[in-house]
Design a protein around this ligand. Sequence first.
Ligand SMILES: Nc1ncnc2c1ncn2[C@@H]1O[C@H](COP(=O)(O)OP(=O)(O)OP(=O)(O)O)[C@@H](O)[C@H]1O
Length: 258
Amino acid sequence: MITLRGVTKRFTGPDGPLTAVDDVDLHVPRGSVQGIIGFSGAGKSTLIRLINLLERPDSGAVEVDGTDLTTVDDAELRRRRGKIGMIFQHFNLLANLTAAQNVELALRIAGVDKAARPARVAEALAVVDLSDKADAYPAKLSGGQKQRVAIARALANEPSVLLCDEPTSAVDPRTTVAVLSYLKEINQRLGITIVLVTHEMNVVRAIADDVAVMAGGKVVEHLRLDGSPLQPETEIARFMLDDRIRLQPRTSEATRVG
Ligand SMILES: Nc1ncnc2c1ncn2[C@@H]1O[C@H](COP(=O)(O)OP(=O)(O)OP(=O)(O)O)[C@@H](O)[C@H]1O
């Protein structure tokens, strides 16, 4: 379970101060899948990085499984972070380590006893059907396989929460379906709460229970994906739901119109 209360994050950009995340409240029930969608610069990545305090908020509370992470000391934060897995657009695997060694490293960093690690690595790779690639280096893996290794690495420490920052943006549509299927299975079988940032409506539609639409650092709307027809209220949500692409006549700019 994740609860953000009044969370704000400011940066100093090239043009001066900017508010990347602006007074956001968000509640993600245990075992659910929360999508976060919006255009580039809306604050999605910052918001997801606030959940494990990769970014520290300037104000507000970040509660994960009942504890406000902004109030705990460094040792406790490290321990709590161990229970929050994260995957990224570009996989972030270490090129000089095999798939199994990448997963093992996460266990080593978390302080898991050496003798216990091989079984945990094997288990995590089995969840994503990559047991046969344990000894392969990332360069020999496809994009989808790399993302599955990254998922295994995130799962090895038995997290309660998995944060996914654009997990399918660097893979083709067929691989997107495969990656999302693994994420959905992990959510359903292991009960892991998932937060997934994307700019693709189809991605969240396939997997999320609720989608927070972000613009200008704020959550401007929630779309509940419970099977009933979606009735977006904001222009940005309507725009995101329309996946037709049309080219404007006489300009080189591609745009989508609703
Ligand atoms: N470390 C930083 N320093 C300064 N500005 C930052 C930093 N990180 C993000 N920003 C700014 O904060 C705003 C929100 O960025 P963020 O990456 O969260 O948006 P996003 O919705 O994830 O965009 P994208 O889809 O392009 O990744 C942007 O204006 C960005 O330039």
